[in-house]
Design a protein around this ligand. Structure first.
Ligand SMILES: Nc1ncnc2c1ncn2[C@@H]1O[C@H](COP(=O)(O)OP(=O)(O)O)[C@@H](O)[C@H]1O
Ligand SMILES: N[C@@H](CCOP(=O)(O)O)C(=O)O
Length: 296
C-alpha cells in the first residue's frame, strides 16, 4: 500500500491576525509513503528547501510522529514505513514547514484508515506542532481563521475556511537566514497595553474584510501591534524591509514567526528602489485546496 501526500506551505498571522489567520501558498511538499512490515526508512530530498540535513531520519521525524499519532487516534495499526520526502518549503523561515510536515503525517494516517481529513485532524496537528493557524491553512487551503473553542474548561481548535479575494497576489521575500519560531515566540511580552489590544481587534476585523472583499484596504488591514516589533531583535533586516515596503504603500508583514516577508500585492511585483539585499523575492499563488492524498 502506498500514498502520495501533497501539502501546501502557509503564511500565518497576515499582520494583525496573530495566531489566528493563515493562508495556504502554492509551494508544495510532496511525500511518497509506502507501508513496510516494520521499521522506518526516510529518504529526504532537497527539492528547493535548501539544506535539510538537520531533519532526523528516524521515529522523531515530524511526518512519522504525526502519522503515528493519527493512527492511534483512528485506531488503525501503525506499520513500518518508507518515506520519500521531497522538501520544497525552506525550513525555519516562517512558511509553515513544520506544520506542513505534521499535516502530511496526519493526512497519511487518515489515508491508511481509508478516511479524508476532518475537523479532528486540525486538533491532532495543532497538538503536535502548536500552530493551528498554519496547520489549518495546510489542511484546508485558502484563507483560514483558526480559533479555540473552550467548553467546560476543555479547549479544542476549530477553523473557518474563507476564500481570499482573487485579486490578491502574494509575493514572498525569503532570506537565507533562519529563525526558529519558538525563539521568536520567546521575544513576545506576557502582556500588551489595552490600547494595542483594541487596535489589533479593529485591524484584524478590517484585515479580514480587505483579504476577502476589498484589497484596497489591505494596507491598514495588515497593521500589527501585537508581535512584529517585539520580534525585531531576531530579524532586524526583515522588519526593516516590512517598513520600507509599507512606506511605499505595499501591505507587507512578517510571514508567520519570520523571517520571511509577505507582501500582499495586486500586481505580483515589489516596487522599484526597495533594497532586497539578502532576500529572494518570489510570487506564490494562494492554494485553495489544501492537503491532497493520492494512492500510489
Ligand atoms: N518536512 C519536514 N520533515 C521533518 N521535519 C521538518 C520538516 N519541515 C520542518 N521540519 C522541522 O521544523 C523545523 C522548523 O520549524 P519552525 O521553526 O516552526 O519553522 P517553520 O515551520 O516556519 O519552517 C525544522 O528545523 C525541522 O526541524
Ligand atoms: N502564529 C505563529 C505562526 C508561526 O508560523 P511559522 O511558519 O513561523 O511556524 C507565530 O507567529 O508564532
Amino acid at each position: 500500500m502506498g500514498f502520495r501526500v501533497t501539502v501546501p506551505a502557509s503564511t500565518a498571522n497576515l499582520g494583525p491576525g496573530f495566531d489566528t489567520f493563515g493562508m495556504a501558498l502554492g509551494l508544495f511538499e510532496v511525500i511518497e509513503l509506502r507501508v513496510l512490515d516494520e521499521g522506518v526508512l526516510i529518504e529526504p530530498i532537497d527539492a528547493g528547501a535548501g539544506d535539510v540535513s538537520d531533519v532526523p531520519t528516524d521515529e522523531s521525524h515530524l511526518v512519522v510522529r504525526a502519522l503515528r499519532r493519527a493512527c492511534e487516534h483512528l485506531d488503525v495499526p501503525c506499520p513500518g514505513l518508507y518515506l520519500r520526502c521531497h522538501n520544497t518549503i525552506p525550513h525555519a523561515r516562517g512558511l509553515g514547514s513544520s506544520a506542513a510536515a505534521v499535516v502530511a503525517g496526519v493526512a497519511a494516517g487518515y489515508a491508511l484508515a481509508g478516511k479524508s481529513v476532518d475537523a479532528a485532524a486540525l486538533e491532532l496537528a495543532a497538538e503536535l506542532e502548536g500552530h493551528a493557524d498554519n496547520a489549518a491553512a495546510s489542511l484546508f487551503g485558502g484563507l483560514v481563521l483558526a480559533w479555540q473553542d473552550v467548553r467546560a474548561g476543555v479547549s479544542s481548535w476549530r477553523a473557518e475556511r474563507l476564500d481570499p479575494h482573487p485579486g490578491i497576489r502574494p509575493v514572498l521575500a525569503v532570506p537565507e537566514q533562519r529563525s526558529s519560531t519558538s525563539a521568536a515566540r520567546g521575544l513576545l511580552p506576557e502582556h500588551v497595553p489595552h490600547g494595542d489590544a483594541a487596535f489589533a481587534a479593529g485591524r484584524a476585523a478590517l484585515g479580514l474584510h480587505a483579504l476577502t472583499t476589498d484589497p484596497g484596504l489591505l494596507l491598514p488591514g495588515t497593521e500589527d501591534r501585537l508581535h512584529q516589533d517585539y520580534r525585531e531583535p531576531a530579524y532586524p533586516a526583515t522588519v526593516h524591509l516590512v517598513r520600507q515596503l509599507r512606506e511605499r504603500d505595499v501591505a507587507a508583514v512578517v510571514s508567520g514567526g519570520g523571517p520571511t516577508v509577505l507582501a500582499l500585492t495586486t500586481d505580483g511585483a515589489l516596487p522599484e528602489g526597495v533594497d532586497l539585499t539578502g532576500f529572494t523575492a518570489v510570487e506564490l499563488p494562494v492554494d485553495r485546496t489544501g492537503v491532497r492524498v493520492a494512492a500510489l
